[in-house]
Design a protein around this ligand. Structure first.
Ligand code: SF4
Ligand code: MG
Length: 342
């Protein structure tokens, strides 16, 4: 398979004096070319920390203490993102991987015309480009995202919210990256416009052929738009599966609870009614399966044995990976899963 980004056993810790709190704890995942990989989980599950670590935009006290992030170039050569020097990283971030924050005001420079912001990126990373070529590229990018060419001289505050988002996407796409990382919005207002940004990105993905890592707690949006879904809990991936299968037959008890909180796709999000209790305190992780204090199916071994990701065969014939002892030794967990069906 054509893997473009291979994250191996990544660990990110928040360091404070002698205390080290793992926010991402041994995460492995693979992003395939052209694929949308959705990462789900409650606040504090580690999904944003993971996104920032993948792009190496994490800041102290967060520290990557273990793992590899292998990026495969279009020509098949590979680079370890964690081994890159700062100057290599700056190029990598624009050329290969770009981040689209879902809050346009944070991503654009408020005192620079939007055309100039793109021009700046081109000047810095495409020194061989002539002024005319840069101007042509700006027009092309505006066309791709649907901004009228005459808005090039506008400042971000002179644009409507929708146009600002498009401008932000245009900046992110300036150097034709292979991967777009989208982190969830942080405010309710952003959530309202999130769908428009996300839909624009997905439309462009098909046209331009990049891959997407999409992080949100909006499970219905995630299922609708992702090819593969990874569910995080307590800094670990607890389920990884094709999005369709995930919706039809989530395997991990936590995934069942998450889905129960989203009764209809596209419908209003509810609180996590499917799961009693709170996410774990990363400083005091429960022993065994981190989900056991909240799990309706917990049994004795769950408080002492930490489940690895087991391969699980689906009744549909597909496979999933689930970190739950119900699936140990090839058990399909069917009986118990049925009991949990609501
Ligand atoms: Fe629940 Fe046990 Fe599975 Fe953890 S290992 S999800 S506590 S059944
Ligand atoms: Mg977050």
């Amino acid at each position: 398979t054509d893997v473009v980004l291979d994250v191996r056993d990544l660990r990110v810790e928040y360091v404070n004096g002698t205390s080290r709190v793992p926010a991402v704890n041994g995460v492995s995942l693979r992003l395939r070319r052209g694929e949308v990989l959705g990462i789900a989980g409650e606040s504090g599950s580690g999904k944003s920390t993971l996104a920032y670590a993948i792009t190496r935009l994490h800041k102290p006290p967060a520290e990557i203490s273990q793992g590899e992030i292998v990026y495969t170039n279009a020509d098949g050569s590979t680079v370890d993102v964690l081994a890159m020097r700062d100057d290599e990283l700056r190029g990598f971030r624009w050329e290969e991987l770009s981040i689209v924050f879902q809050s346009a005001m944070h991503a654009l420079n408020p005192i620079m015309r939007i055309g100039e912001q793109i021009e700046d990126v081109l000047k810095a990373h495409r020194p061989g480009m002539s002024t005319q070529e840069r101007a042509a590229r700006i027009v092309e990018l505006f066309g791709i995202v649907g901004i009228p060419a005459d808005r090039s001289g506008s400042y971000p505050h002179e644009l409507s919210g929708g146009m600002r988002q498009r401008a932000m996407i245009a900046v992110g796409l300036a150097l034709d990256p292979e991967i777009i990382v989208m982190d969830e919005p942080t405010t309710a207002l952003d959530v309202v416009i999130q769908r428009q940004i996300v839909e624009k990105i997905m439309e462009l993905k098909d046209k331009l052929g990049f891959s997407v890592i999409f992080i949100t707690h909006d499970l219905s949006l995630l299922i609708e738009l992702s090819d593969t879904i990874a569910v995080m809990y307590g800094g670990k991936i607890v389920e990884m599966t094709a999005a369709d299968d995930f919706y039809r037959q989530p395997r991990h008890p936590y995934s069942r609870g998450l889905l129960a909180s989203f009764p209809t796709l596209g419908g209003a999000k509810r609180e996590l009614t499917g799961i009693v209790g709170s996410p774990p305190d990363l400083r005091h992780m429960p022993g065994g399966c981190a989900f056991h204090p909240r799990c309706p199916l917990a049994f004795d071994a769950c408080s002492s044995t930490q489940p690895p990701l087991y391969q699980v065969t689906r009744t549909s014939g597909g496979t999933a990976e689930a970190a739950c002892l119900l699936f140990a030794d090839g058990a399909d967990g069917t009986t118990t899963q049925n009991e949990l069906a609501m």
